[in-house]
Ligand binder design. Structure first.
Ligand SMILES: NC(=O)c1ccc[n+]([C@@H]2O[C@H](COP(=O)([O-])OP(=O)(O)OC[C@H]3O[C@@H](n4cnc5c(N)ncnc54)[C@H](O)[C@@H]3O)[C@@H](O)[C@H]2O)c1
Ligand SMILES: O=C(O)C1=N[C@H](C(=O)O)CCC1
Length: 269
């Protein structure tokens, strides 16, 4: 019989954290042993949000060290903000606790430091800007298409409460396209922006445009253009449940890992 995987979720009152707590609580073989919140130290999860009234007994911590020492999770899941995620993940890995991180907006230097720590301590760590299966396939298809369509722009569209732009998914999509086609100057060589930002952010020559509107959740179009035709690859998350299957997969995968992995595309081969 498989052993129960003990899990801590950081950010339980957030949009993703709530969905993740629900997923962990309803997945056979997973046990929610604690949550890490910004406030509410010493309370129980059912006291801080009526949505969790059927989950009595799950302790809430604000200090990551105490949370990990007292409740000894196998896996720490972070769905918070970049500064907090960086600090939490380093703490988890230092305690020998595997980490699954969905928080976006960490810098390349922060990611490199986390990778070094995970690899040095031989503790599994999976960081992914997007846990939805469809988004991972969109990125893989975009990398394939770039071999034949080197001219491409990305439009990412998210809810208006998102803090980071461009999205982690669009940055990773651009990087995967760059693996296939390399850096390239697109558009007219003498193109001039009459208003700053009109051509979007540039990732080694790939323009990335960010839309933030109420009503949206997480969406992206990757538009390729060639003579007489365009190819558009689009993905839409209509519900945060779309990310939960990937988080569940990552939790199971990280149990067998002793190193750092960035991106679910490296697990779904
Ligand atoms: N990887 C993915 O598939 C994926 C999907 C959706 C969102 N995200 C990312 O997940 C993160 C969270 O998104 P969200 O929409 O749930 O945001 P949110 O603002 O709804 O929730 C963030 C939560 O983190 C909490 N928090 C902040 N600092 C904290 C700390 N020090 N300790 C504990 N909790 C802390 C906040 O109180 C808040 O409840 C963002 O970075 C977002 O980009 C990733
Ligand atoms: O809601 C968000 O915030 C999301 N962020 C991820 C990103 O930055 O790519 C993707 C999914 C939703």
């Amino acid at each position: 019989m498989e052993e129960t995987i003990k899990i801590t979720v950081a950010g339980p009152r957030g949009k993703m954290g709530k969905a993740c707590v629900e997923m962990v609580a309803s997945t056979p073989g997973f046990q929610l042993v604690s949550v890490l919140d910004r406030i509410n130290d010493g309370k129980r999860l059912n006291e801080i949000d009526p949505q969790f009234s059927r989950l009595p007994g799950v302790p809430v911590f604000t200090e990551p060290e105490k949370c990990l020492a007292d409740t000894k999770p196998d896996v720490f899941i972070d769905l918070t903000r970049p500064e907090a995620a960086f600090s939490h993940t380093r703490t988890a890995l230092s305690f020998g606790v595997r980490a699954v991180v969905g928080t976006t907006g960490l810098t390349d230097d922060q990611l490199a430091e986390i990778k070094a720590l995970a690899d040095r301590n031989a503790v599994g760590c999976i960081i992914a800007p997007n846990f939805s299966l469809g988004a991972v396939l969109m990125m893989k298809f975009a990398r394939m298409a770039a071999k034949f369509f080197p001219d491409v722009e990305i439009i990412e569209l998210h809810h208006d409460q998102k803090r980071d732009a461009p999205s982690g998914t669009s940055i990773q999509t651009a990087r995967m396209i760059l693996e296939e086609r390399g850096a390239k100057k697109q558009g007219h060589p003498e193109e001039k922006e009459l208003m700053a930002g009109a051509r979007g952010a540039q990732i080694s020559g790939i323009p990335v445009h960010s839309v933030r509107l109420p009503g949206l959740i997480a969406h992206q179009e990757v538009i390729f253009g060639s003579r007489g035709e365009t190819l558009t690859i689009r993905h839409d998350s209509y519900d945060r449940k779309s990310f939960m299957r990937g988080i569940e997969t990552a939790v199971r995968a990280v149990m067998a890992l002793d190193r750092y992995v960035y991106g679910m595309e490296n697990l779904l081969q």
